[in-house]
Design a protein around this ligand. Sequence first.
Ligand SMILES: NC(=O)c1ccc[n+]([C@@H]2O[C@H](COP(=O)([O-])OP(=O)(O)OC[C@H]3O[C@@H](n4cnc5c(N)ncnc54)[C@H](O)[C@@H]3O)[C@@H](O)[C@H]2O)c1
Length: 317
Amino acid sequence: MLILITGTAGFIGFHAAKRFLSLGYAVIGLDSLNDYYEVSLKNARLNQLECYEKFEFYKVDIADYEALVDITKDKEITYILHLAAQAGVRYSLEMPRSYIRSNVLGHLNILELARNTPAIKHIVYASSSSVYGDKSKSAFKETDIVNSPASLYAATKISGEMIAESYSKLYGINQTGLRFFTVYGPWGRPDMAYYIFTDKIFNKEPIELFSPEKMTRDFTYIDDIIDVLPRVLESTPSNLHAIYNLGNSNPNTLMQLVEAVETACEASTQKVILKKQNGDVSYTHADINAAKRDFGFAPRVELKDGIKNFVNWYKNY
Ligand SMILES: NC(=O)c1ccc[n+]([C@@H]2O[C@H](COP(=O)([O-])OP(=O)(O)OC[C@H]3O[C@@H](n4cnc5c(N)ncnc54)[C@H](O)[C@@H]3O)[C@@H](O)[C@H]2O)c1
């Protein structure tokens, strides 16, 4: 079986490619290797995948449809795992066009590729908890109305889901959207709070906390996400297009994250308290009953253990 994985040099794409390769799948990896964060980290992830015989990598921008067709024309692709995106909420205030290019035009191109390649059985794509907007009711359910994005990033993720829905209806394409909730772990993203805090603590610099008394996140360990991906990919979504929350379903406050990082680093640092940033939401919490029911999704890793694994990786990297 051949899987096309987009965003393979990224955090989740790298872990996913590694898992599918170790299960014996052949993987074509695509990534533009953009410089939103250190390209050296993206290359280091790719180096880890190079030892697999069934891995092929292409540096390509998914917004370039001709290039996508060129790369894939002679390949017998069965599944697409579409993870490439311009991630990050705060950066969407600075670089709005890169979100439209990657997350809207890029997503459309992946769907066009599937539309023109009938052998593709299923597209699994990354959505985000950010689609739920800024609300603080208890767990967010897939059936909640999502029409109030707090950032352009969130707006592009809602758009991705809507475009996917239309392509399933129009062309009968099987698709599953996964709303990830703050995924963290080894080989993680340097723009995320746990990585920034670790950097600062080791460099003996103060950390900035934006409205910490109000911030709560459903931090989800990478392996818990990766463990369920093969079952999702090999499933057939009911009504062609299905959407699932994938989160830990056990939110922690920002201060609990800081404590976990300080404990794992065996050091503490000065904290600078600042106002909430534009585009940030205060609270996320996944209702995961649907993913439990359909895929046996069962997150196991607690924040303090996952952060310890991250800090161990960070020290060696
Ligand atoms: N990590 C999280 O907490 C989280 C939470 C919610 C949703 N997501 C979603 O999960 C997916 C993976 O996220 P991640 O954390 O691994 O992010 P990441 O930034 O580490 O990985 C994304 C990869 O996509 C690549 N990319 C971006 N635009 C591209 C383009 N136009 N063409 C080709 N490649 C392109 C980047 O170079 C990067 O390597 C994304 O869709 C993201 O929106 C992640």
